[in-house]
Design a protein around this ligand. Structure first.
Ligand code: PMT
Length: 410
């Protein structure tokens, strides 16, 4: 099935607002508009003043079958182009191509044209397809702006690698129109009531950091906030699974439909998870579990002495490895948080812990790992790797749930 057909399933009758900014890739917006129309969507085009230099309003009006909006009002008759009602009308706002300039303005809330005021008013999902020179794309300022937008829920259709208008070659070419149309189709499909594809499945998710007491006052822990694991638990429950979330201490609310078991230490997490696994169909091991814990916990607060203090640590039990030994036909998904030799370490954990697949995140990637609302992960299984772009943790959770569904369908 081609991408336009795939998009057509979910785009019929949808209201798509297509934003075009001043980039040479604007010519591809004509094809994107045509694909959206062919798929049955109603398309309204908003252009920045500069975009008109790259593609004519006449072309876009003819293809979209709607007048093009550029200015805040029509100078001929004073009619007001309401960014608020455009934002309310749209089921999805797709900005393609999105220049570095427009992305920067979106990230900082600048509202100096109709395309941007509409973005600030939009209540619908927003998708951007960046297009620019490779150095502009790679620049830390642009990357920071993209991370800010992803954190706020904007979806990015990553640019491709190839020949650029500058004559250079690299990452920055706007994604192809078919890819963007298919992305919008999938996005709108996922916005509909979640299909209960995991009904009848019992799944465990571990999340957050463990806390290993040294004395009544101090402990050893790590930076995990629980956000990644909670997003996974929420997504699995939304798809109909019965989810037990074994969670370290966090301030996050329990996702709807999820049963939470609170634990503190690695030993407590081990006991709760292994007990729940008896009745489970699978588990996702997202928690950042301490590998070492103090050999003994002082009953009273340790007092400062003159010299150094040595605390003897013992190994904790490995929860994932134990589930891997017991799993049989059940599904086991692991995580690997690495700082170096990422691929090799993740591969070794995949085998040692008998995971069906492992989700690798590296602290060397900006926007990946602890605390933030985004992650950049690579799925690794025995057939190969799939590297995903920077996504929100919710989107990563959806991709993990998609893989789990496929594993159950084997
Ligand atoms: O919570 P956030 O702030 O959103 O951050 C998310 C995250 C960075 C914590 C998450 O994406 C992540 O990477 N979790 C795994 C962290 C980790 O401890 O990885 P590891 O490489 O040390 O462990 C490998 C696997 O074994 C993991 O699935 C881990 O849960 C599991 N494990 C490890 C030790 C142990 N004693 N028992 C375990 O089950």
């Amino acid at each position: 099935m081609d991408s336009a057909t795939a998009a057509g399933r979910t785009l019929a009758g949808r209201h798509i607002l297509l934003g075009i900014t001043g980039s040479i890739a604007a010519y591809k917006a004509a094809m994107l508009c045509r694909l959206l129309k062919t798929a049955g969507a109603e398309v309204q085009v908003v252009m920045t003043p500069l975009a008109k230099q790259f593609i004519t309003p006449l072309t876009m009006a003819t293809l979209s079958k709607n007048p093009i909006l550029v200015e805040f009002f029509n100078p001929e008759n004073g009619a007001w182009n309401s960014h608020v009602s455009l934002g309310e009308w749209a089921d999805c706002y797709v900005i393609a191509p999105a220049t570095a300039n427009t992305l920067a303005k979106m990230a900082t809330g600048v509202a100096d044209n109709l395309l941007l005021t509409t973005y600030l008013s939009a209540r619908c999902p927003v998708v951007v397809a960046p297009a620019m020179d490779l150095d502009m794309y790679a620049h830390p300022a642009t990357q920071q702006n993209l991370r800010t937008l992803v954190e706020r829920g904007v979806r990015i259709v990553e640019p491709g690698d190839g020949e650029l208008a500058s004559g250079l070659s690299g990452k920055g070419r706007m994604a192809e129109p078919g890819e963007i149309a298919a992305f919008v189709g999938r996005l709108l499909d996922g916005q509909d009531e979640k299909k209960k594809t995991l009904t009848g499945k019992r799944l465990i998710v571990t999340a957050g950091a463990t806390i290993e007491a040294i004395d009544p006052v101090r402990f050893i822990s790590n930076h995990s906030s629980g956000k990644m694991g909670y997003a996974i638990a929420g997504e699995l429950a939304a798809r109909g699974a019965e989810v037990t979330l074994v969670s370290g201490r966090t301030a996050l609310p329990v996702p709807p439909g999820v049963e939470r078991v609170d634990v503190l230490s690695a030993d407590e997490m081990y006991d709760a998870t292994v007990a729940a696994f008896d009745k489970a169909d699978g588990a996702v091991m997202c928690a950042a579990v301490a590998d070492y814990t103090p050999e003994s916990v002082s009953e009273t607060k340790l007092k400062k002495g003159d010299g150094e203090l040595f605390i003897r640590l013992r190994r904790t039990r490995d929860i994932a490895a134990e589930l891997g030994r017991r799993k049989g036909e059940r599904i086991l998904v692991g995580f690997a948080l690495e700082t170096d030799h990422e691929e090799a370490h993740a591969q070794s954990k995949l085998e040692k812990k008998n995971f069906d697949f492992i989700v690798l995140n590296s602290l060397r990637d900006a926007g990946a790992g602890f605390r933030g609302d985004t992650n950049k992960v690579t799925f690794i299984d025995r057939t190969g790797d799939e590297a995903l772009p920077l996504l929100s943790k919710q989107e990563v959770a959806e991709r993990i749930a998609d893989r789990i569904e496929r594993l159950f369908a084997r």
